[in-house]
Structures are given as C-alpha cells and as structure tokens.
Design a protein around this ligand. Structure first.
Ligand SMILES: *[C@@H]1O[C@H](CO)[C@@H](O)[C@H](O)[C@H]1NC(C)=O
Ligand SMILES: *[C@@H]1O[C@H](CO)[C@@H](O)[C@H](O)[C@H]1NC(C)=O
Ligand SMILES: *[C@@H]1O[C@H](CO)[C@@H](O)[C@H](O)[C@H]1NC(C)=O
Length: 456
C-alpha cells in the first residue's frame, strides 16, 4: 500500500509538532526508567496455540499445530545459526537481524500510552527493541487491536538524535531531518518495521489485579511495517541485552516460567522483568554473544547413565558452535555427534516395544506410535548437565513431542544442515522450570517449579 499525500502530510505535521515538544524536554529524562509499584513487571505469556491467543483455532488438529511448530523451529534454528556465525554483514556493520515472525511462540498483552491502549506483542529473546505499529501508517499490517495512535497519547515523546538511547543501526539511519531518532528493523523472512524511537508509558496488569507502570520505556513506533505473516500482533518485545532493551532498563534481569505449551487451557505461563525476577535455584554461567544467550553444556544423561559424548561438541570454537538457550524454538537441537548417541540410547529402550514411524513434518526425527501417558510409562528422565553442577531435567512430557493422536517424537532433534555445529535448548525442555537470566552477573538460574506457584 502506498502512502497517500494526506498521510504523508499528516505524518510531517505530527512529527513537526513533536520535535518542538521535545525541545522543552531535557534529553536525559528519556533515559531514566521510573518504575512505580512494584519495581519490575510480571506479565502472562500467551502461547500461540493457547485459548488466550487470538490465533487459537479450536478446529486445528494436533498435526496442524505441530506442522506450524516444526516449520517455525526449523526457521528459528536457521536464524540462530546465521546470527551466531555473523553470516549477515552489511557495510561493515552487522545487519540488525531479527527472527522470522512466524517463529513467534509467546505473546504478551500490555498497554501503551496515556490513556493506556492494550497491544499484543510477540516475545523474542533474540532481538532487543520493543516496537509496535503506530499511526499514521505509511504502511501497516493487519493486527487484532486498533493501531496505536501516538498523537492521542499524552506521554509519547520522540527521542532526539542526541539522546544516549539513540544507538540503533548505522549512523546514517539514526536521524531524520527533524533530528528525530529512527529505527529500521529487517526480519529474517523479509518482514520489516521502520519508524521513530520514542519514550512512552507502559502499563502492565499484575496477577493480583494491580497495575505496574514504566513511565519512560524506550519503544519503536513503526510507521512503515511489512509482515510476511499477516495476523494479530502489534509488534515485538525484544528481551535481548542491549542498552535500549526493556530488560536492560529494568535492571538486566528477567525470568520466564512455562508450565505447558501443549495444554491450550494452561494459564500460568509468565514473564517477569526487573526486580521481581526470581533468581532462585542453582546458577550456571551465561555468556552473551551477539545478543544470544549461550550456556555451557557439559553432558547428557538418560536415566542414571551418563552418555559417552565428547563435551567439545557442545562448545563454541572460533565463531561457530556452542549451545544457546532460546525461548523461540520449540524442540531442542543437538549436533550429530551428540544426537546419534542420545538417539541410540532411546532406541535401545523403545525399539521392539513401540512401532517406529516416520513423521512427515520432520523426517529425521525419532518417532514412535503411541501416547506419552500410556506408552511411555516408566520412561526415564533425560538430563542436560550444565556447568556449575546445574541439571535441566526433562520428564517424558518435555522430552517427547506429541505429533498426532497416536504418535510421539523425541523433542531433541538433530541439527541436519551441512556442518551444523550449533546446539539449541528449546522451550519444551525448559517446561516447568523458572528460568532466570541475570545479565549483569552472567548467570542463568534454573529452578524446577510449578509455574502457578510464582503467582502467589
Ligand atoms: C470451526 O468449525 C466450525 C464448524 O465447522 C466452524 O463453524 C468454525 O467457523 C470453525 N472455526 C474456525 C476458527 O475455523
Ligand atoms: C488484552 O488486554 C485487554 C485489556 O485488558 C483486553 O481487552 C484484550 O482482550 C486482551 N487481548 C488479548 C489477546 O488477550
Ligand atoms: C527475501 O527477499 C529476497 C530479495 O528480494 C529474496 O531473494 C528472498 O528469497 C526473500 N526471502 C524470503 C524468505 O521470502
């Protein structure tokens, strides 16, 4: 859709007005996050297929849901791999690479501006900006809520280029002729968002029906937006650890707890940002490279037996490999050398008892005819052993994925690309853990817990 002259005129008038408005605002007010009751925020995470999601389709079969999740996991792995190997180099500046939109697994619903207007955004640990679509739209994609109109919000302030938070992208992209800070996000699937960086008030509903407010969050207001995937969401909440991310503004800590991604009625998946972050349990060292979160995986056990895998295959050498913990990938991925050993052990336990089947969506996955509750009774837990003596223990509902009424696949799959050396710990493996990132201390805390308990 092309911009009409009227839209462009309106855009210039609004930006013209706002640049004068910002002249009277000391530049540094935009950089301080003021948080009132409580310090930090808690928000429900809405899984793509949950009854709380606008994408919920009561008619979708398990197969339909799995097909989407398999495609999005594969796309996500490709994205993580590209990002982790610096494969995208533009003008000596790494392109700001944001994951494929279709890979979105979780969303959050909170309000922008004064008066507050609810917007549904996808959560992404692989990028760092919080942005939503904004009027006037030169081009906008379909979303379920009305598009945010900053001219109706008394708390919206465009960030001037001189602000320390105006740090995105190449210098040439940072300013417009009105000295306003711009952003330009390019997505892996050719989606994009372009607009102005501003500060705005955010309002979150807490689990006890209270409200928590962040009065000067840095947000992107997208006026030219292209989605490869038309839908419901208004934008993206990036949880990466750069200067402008909400995570950093709130004290560089966040945690999430995912109790179930399969049960559409499960209401307790949640995200905590800032001071309320529950850093409990045992801690394993965290390394951040290119906004991705790397852990040190040392070994894998099935039941009591530690598998014979050279730990070198889990570590990063030079600019490739390593083990990423991710919230946007459903299944986990292991490099072939590790996958072969694990998969052989699982086959020893199940071959002969259950019939092997091939899954059309993921032909290389290890799949069996059967159900988790009836046919995998007594299947041992699998454990990812992380540095610092921290174990991520997967019961059968985290280690297997239900792919149809009567078929399950191991939810740890092989990285099948030529020379793939990246391992990814996906969200199924993290179910029933509170996963807390303390970015400043470079630690991730894992605590096995019923997510519902975190709400009290
Ligand atoms: C589900 O199926 C019913 C009956 O066929 C139909 O009326 C309804 O529109 C469908 N819902 C969706 C979301 O596709
Ligand atoms: C988001 O929150 C608003 C207000 O609380 C509500 O009206 C809306 O239905 C919610 N949207 C979703 C998708 O949960
Ligand atoms: C993105 O655009 C480029 C250039 O037009 C094209 O080559 C590529 O196939 C597109 N990618 C996708 C996922 O559509």
């Amino acid at each position: 859709m092309a911009a009409t002259v009227a839209q462009l005129v309106k855009l210039s008038l609004i930006t013209f007005f706002l640049i004068f408005h910002t002249l009277y605002v000391p530049a540094n007010t935009a950089t301080v996050s003021t948080i009132t009751k409580p310090k930090g925020i808690i928000t429900k995470l809405i899984h793509h297929d949950s009854v709380l999601s606008p994408y919920y389709n009561p008619n979708a079969s398990i197969r339909d849901l799995v097909s989407r999740s398999v495609k999005s996991s594969a796309a996500r792995y490709a994205y993580l791999k590209a990002k982790s190997t610096n494969a995208f180099v533009v003008d000596d500046t790494r392109a700001h690479l944001v994951p494929e939109n279709t890979a979105a697994q979780f969303m959050a619903n909170f309000s922008f501006g004064e008066p507050p207007v609810p917007q549904l955004v996808t959560i992404d640990t692989g990028s760092d900006l919080l942005w939503i679509q904004c009027l006037p739209c030169t081009q906008c994609f379909k979303q379920s809520s009305p598009i945010f109109d900053p001219s109706k919000s008394s708390t919206y302030k465009i960030l001037p280029c001189g602000s320390p938070d105006c740090v995105l992208e190449k210098p040439a992209d940072k300013c417009n002729f009105l000295n306003q800070c711009r952003f330009n996000q390019k997505y892996f699937d050719n989606s994009s968002a372009e607009g102005l960086i501003a500060t705005e008030k955010l309002t979150f509903q807490t689990s006890d029906e209270g409200l928590s407010v962040i009065s000067d969050a840095v947000i992107g207001c997208g006026h030219i937006n292209v989605a490869a995937y038309e839908g419901q969401i208004s934008g993206v909440l990036g949880l990466g650890a750069s200067q402008i991310s909400l995570t950093t503004k709130l004290g560089s800590k966040f945690s999430y707890c995912i109790g179930s991604i399969r049960d559409p009625n499960y209401p307790h998946n949640q995200l905590i940002l800032g001071e309320g972050t529950k850093t409990e349990g045992s801690a394993t060292p965290l390394e951040m490279i290119d906004e991705l979160y790397y852990l040190t995986l040392e070994g894998i056990s099935l039941g009591q037996s530690r598998l014979q895998i050279d730990p070198k295959v889990f570590s990063r050498t030079g600019f490739t490999g390593g083990t990423i913990i991710d919230s946007g990938t459903t299944v986990s991925y292991l490099v072939k050398a590790a996958y072969d050993v694990l998969s052989a052990e699982v086959q020893k336990l199940l071959d002969g008892k259950l019939e092997r089947v091939q899954d059309p969506d993921s032909p290389t996955a290890l799949c069996y005819k059967g159900t988790i509750d009836q046919d995998l009774v007594g299947f041992p837990v699998a454990t990812f052993h992380l540095a610092g003596g921290v174990d991520l223990v997967m019961d059968k509902a985290s280690f297997f994925e239900v792919v149809s009424e009567n078929e399950v696949c191991m939810a740890v799959q092989m990285a099948v690309g030529e020379g793939d050396s990246l391992n990814v710990i996906g969200i199924l493996a993290q179910q029933n853990y509170n996963v807390a990132y303390d970015i400043a201390a470079k630690k991730v805390y894992l605590q096995s817990i019923d997510c519902e308990l975190l709400e009290s």
